[in-house]
Design a protein around this ligand. Structure first.
Ligand code: PBG
Length: 327
């Protein structure tokens, strides 16, 4: 029998050679810690569909920011759960300079100045109908009217000290409008991370419970989020947002869309983040709790997959756990 000319197993035979030949490796620098903040007095409120993750009040969120700084996590992405009495059809609370998000930003920046704060720009946690923008009589989300509010929301966040504003609403033209608004308001160094390729997805379910929009949302978001059959459209979305002034872009959800992460990072040469969303978190957690998969190995492997696909960073609810596992 002839011997194989090449034995790829030679470079797998021991740890030292596997380490030496490994192409990509995730580090703490790849992590963005996704966090849900609430405006109540209780320190932590569990999220049923996300075992292990709580909604944090401002104090707890501030402690978490300090912890992120100690762990070397570069940035935190914050999402609000506000009292339903503060929600209305226009999402007006999103523009309150003393609302939950501005308060949290100020507290986090004071406690952990070395951690970047990323704020979602979208109205869904603030509207009584759970949509990301203003709706007309037929429930259609209005593009240009919504964009105007998003500009105001982004300026409120920047004013409070947000380092990155991250429009996640999928309105057309909002990145350019936000850039112009920020420049005019003097926030020339505030970055824009655009959720450029964001798909309609079953994997957002637990998040909607977390921010309290699940029960309010009557229809779906198919008239603004992308159809999961499309790739070319994702490239156009990203290209447009770069043209309009996005500094970084996001692909969302994460794992089922690694092909999009790879194409965007290879073809458009822009820092590309991937959002490992709530439903992906819940799925891993549910099987880990049953002892069907090993959680720690699984979450490290997943971050490795995002890096392999070309992501410059990953937004994840597991960032604190991962920071320890990766160091
Ligand atoms: C919408 C928004 C969504 C998420 C964050 N902001 C999706 C949606 O409700 O359509 C999802 C995050 C997650 O699932 O972890 N502005």
């Amino acid at each position: 029998m002839a011997f194989p000319a090449t034995r790829l197993r030679r470079t797998r035979q021991s740890d030292w050679v596997r380490r030496l030949t490994r192409e990509t490796r995730p580090t703490v620098d790849d992590l963005v810690w996704s966090m849900i903040i609430h405006d109540g007095t209780e320190a932590r409120i569990p999220i049923t569909a996300m075992p292990g993750i709580d909604r944090l009040n401002i104090d707890e969120a501030t402690k978490a920011a300090k912890r992120a700084q100690e762990l070397g996590i570069p940035a935190i992405a914050i999402f609000p759960n506000i009292d339903p009495s503060k929600k209305d059809d226009e999402g007006s609370e999103a523009l309150n300079p003393n609302g939950l998000i501005p308060e949290v930003i100020r507290a986090m920046k004071a406690a952990a100045p070395d951690v970047g704060i990323i704020c979602d720009v979208a109205l869904d946690p603030f509207t009584s109908h759970g949509h990301d923008g203003l709706i007309d009589g037929n429930g259609y989300v209005l593009n240009d009217e919504t964009s105007k509010l998003l500009v105001a929301q982004a300026i409120v966040q920047a004013q409070a000290g947000a380092d990155i504003v991250a429009p996640s609403d999928m309105m057309d033209g909002r990145v350019g409008a936000i850039r112009t608004g920020l420049e005019a308001a003097g926030h020339t160094n505030t970055l824009i991370l655009s959720y450029a390729a964001k798909y309609v997805s079953a994997f957002y379910g637990p998040y909607r419970e977390a921010v309290g929009s699940a029960a309010l949302l009557k229809s779906d978001k198919k008239t603004y989020q992308m159809d999961f059959g499309n790739t070319q459209e994702a490239i156009r979305e990203v290209a447009m947002d770069i043209e309009e002034g996005a500094d970084m872009v996001m692909v969302k959800p994460g794992l089922p869309y690694l092909d999009i992460v790879q194409r965007v990072s290879r073809e458009l040469h822009v820092p590309t983040l991937a959002f490992h969303v709530s439903g992906e978190y819940a799925a891993i957690q549910a099987s880990a709790q049953r002892g069907w998969i090993e959680e720690e190995r699984a979450i490290v492997e997943i971050i490795g997959a995002f890096k392999r696909a070309g992501a410059s960073g990953v937004v994840t609810y597991n960032a604190d756990k991962l920071a320890q596992l990766l160091s």
